[in-house]
Design a protein around this ligand. Structure first.
Ligand code: DGL
Length: 265
């Protein structure tokens, strides 16, 4: 069966664009609706209660757009509000894919033993990576480290700069990150600084980046449930606060001018 409804994706800002981009690579026939909750950015510094409220609003908005699936392209929301998001989606029989579960499953079934996670404070507080990975594999040690300055830096468009490199080096010098064999970039914004992480470890450790894993999970789900669209016609991008940074970033990621609409939610 053909299902031409769009795929709904949300994050607090530009981070989820890394997931959106990979989804378009894996499933070019699909339409997407992206929502960046830029007004409430950064989620990672907010309380779990605030993240739940923002995530519920974002989910309701995407459900109103008749999305066939919701992708929570934000670790902070996945770690703190997944139950609430799923409850809303379940009322309409809509599946939710979060960014933590497929990554944790992949890591748990690998051969690695010492796994580091860098993420926002809200994600680290929730300890969802540790719980999920160790539920599948008790032999793995997980070390989570909050790296809160990275999101504002990336949102400012500084991911390629030297400041970015210095800040990452400083964070990764923490003793928790010294003896790991794998590192999870536990914030969707961090896809944009992967090369600095790789250069810090001089290519010695495995870097797990969620966009590929999440896009693959989505593709398989759509195929297995015969929910693929036939042809992409139009993607939509919405934000809760229209910022120049978001516009510039979206253009850079998709390599074309992107129409972004401001909404009040
Ligand atoms: N990109 C998000 C995440 O994966 C949120 C970053 C933030 O708003 O703090 O956690």
């Amino acid at each position: 069966m053909i299902d031409s409804r769009p795929i709904g994706i949300f994050d607090s800002g530009v981070g989820g664009l890394s997931i959106a981009k990979e989804i378009k690579n894996f499933c070019p026939q699909e339409n997407i609706i992206y929502f960046g909750d830029t007004k409430h950015l950064p989620y990672g510094q907010k309380s779990a209660q605030a993240i739940k409220e923002y995530s519920q609003k974002a989910t309701r908005f995407l459900l109103e757009q008749d999305c066939k699936i919701i992708v929570v392209a934000c670790n902070s929301a996945s770690a703190n509000a997944l139950k609430e998001i799923k409850n809303l989606a379940r009322e309409r029989k809509i599946k939710v894919i979060d960014v933590i579960t497929p990554v944790a499953e992949k890591v748990a079934f690998g051969f690695d033993q010492q796994v580091g996670v860098i993420a926002t404070q809200a994600t680290v507080n929730a300890k969802m990576y540790t719980r999920k990975i160790r539920r599948f594999n008790k032999h793995i040690q997980v070390y989570e480290l909050a790296t809160p300055l990275l999101v504002p830096m990336i949102e400012e468009g500084l991911s390629k700069s030297d400041i970015s490199k210095q800040l990452i080096n400083r964070y990764l010098s923490h003793k928790k990150m010294q003896n790991i064999d794998t590192i999870i970039l536990g914030c969707t914004h961090y896809s944009f600084i992967q090369r600095w992480v790789d250069s810090f470890y001089e290519g010695r450790i495995k870097i797990i980046n969620s966009p590929l894993i999440v896009a693959n999970e989505l593709k398989i789900f759509l195929e297995e449930n015969r929910m693929q669209a036939e042809k992409s016609t139009q993607d939509y991008f919405f934000v809760s606060d229209l910022t120049l940074n978001f516009t510039k970033f979206a253009k850079r990621i998709f390599n074309k001018q992107i129409q972004i609409k401001l909404i009040k939610i």
